[in-house]
Design a protein around this ligand. Structure first.
Ligand code: 13P
Ligand code: SF4
Length: 312
């Protein structure tokens, strides 16, 4: 769709008003999208925003499972995602049919399934409760003591939550292709270069990286940690979009991208699929739209509502 010759930002804001739309953006979105969004946050914050909005249209600038979550709690609203191919390697690592088969083959275990929000609606529909990196410890602590927990799909977040809670869980073997790129060597190298800067890492990183970190937390908690810290510079070990939000909120502090062995920072190719042009076109055409079969949506809403209640 042609967008040349118009002021894209003006036009997006105009369309937003005429459509009665809200623009929700994840912390990993490109800077221009973060700047135009009504709300920028982590998966948990975005879930709350989606659950409470009065807008008719939710323009979700993030990845597919996030927009799907917004649709699950808003069946009557139109949810659009600027690029429908914006997926997630974690979500892909746990297809609903594989999880269903696993649960059937291990029915004797009577699993209590805790699903990290980075999964499809089909996986959510098979789960007892959802968690995000921001509330995973709380959700696991609230799980029934007499049940075996199966935690899907992120083995790194799952292992970190086990360390924090002391609760034994079985872990699905999924991983985020971005966060596993950080290595012990790459983080030790940058730390040697900036010795006074705390290392702040996302729990999707591997154990070898997490043990080097001064703080392991969700993207939203990274904001509060850096605000409350007396340090003036930080090494941020997560997807590069996070640096825009940190720099915007704390212009007087320095944020250094955690490097991988190959690159100076780590980009999620899925998060970066959304652009201002695609957001404009999505608001203009109200497509691509998130559609979920109603039987799955209804079943997937229960564990999301449970999460929102438990982490309120
Ligand atoms: P947060 O919920 O911490 O923002 O994480 C989402 C995500 O996709 C991390 O890779
Ligand atoms: Fe998924 Fe990783 Fe991208 Fe987050 S950074 S959306 S977990 S692939």
């Amino acid at each position: 769709m042609a967008t040349l010759g118009i002021d894209l930002v003006e036009e997006i804001l105009r369309l937003k008003r005429t459509r009665n739309a809200v623009i929700l953006a994840h912390n990993y979105q490109v800077q221009e999208i973060q700047e135009i969004a009504d709300f920028v946050g982590d998966s948990l914050g975005l879930s709350y925003q989606a659950a409470s909005t009065n807008a008719d249209v939710i323009a979700f600038c993030g990845v597919h499972f996030m927009a799907e979550t917004a649709k699950i709690v808003n069946p009557g609203k139109r949810v659009i995602l600027p690029d429908l191919d914006a997926g997630c390697s974690l979500s892909e690592s746990c297809p609903a049919d594989k999880l269903e088969a696993y649960l059937a083959a291990h029915a004797d275990k009577n699993y209590y399934v805790i699903a990290y929000i980075n999964c499809s609606a089909g996986v959510k529909a098979l789960s007892d409760v959802i968690c995000t990196s921001g509330n995973a410890v709380k959700i696991v602590n609230a799980a029934p003591a007499d049940r075996n927990i199966l935690f899907v799909p992120d083995q790194n977040l799952g292992a970190w939550v086990m360390e924090q809670t002391g609760r034994k869980m079985e872990l699905w073997r999924g991983a985020c292709y971005v966060h596993v790129e950080f290595t012990r060597d790459s983080i030790e190298r940058i730390r040697a270069q900036y010795p006074g800067s705390p290392v702040v890492a996302h729990p999707e990183c591997t154990y070898a990286v997490r043990i080097l970190a001064d703080e392991v937390c969700s993207t939203e908690r990274m904001i509060t940690y850096c605000k409350n810290s007396s340090a003036s510079s930080f090494i941020i070990v997560t997807e590069s979009g996070m640096l825009h939000r940190l720099r915007r909120e704390m212009p007087d502090k320095d944020f250094i991208a955690g490097p991988t062995d190959q690159c100076a920072c780590a980009d999620c190719r899925f998060m970066k699929m959304n652009t201002l042009e695609k957001l404009h076109d999505a608001l203009l055409t109200l497509t691509p739209e998130i559609i979920i079969p109603e039987a799955i949506r209804v079943r997937a809403e229960l564990p999301i509502r449970r999460m929102l209640e438990l982490s309120a």
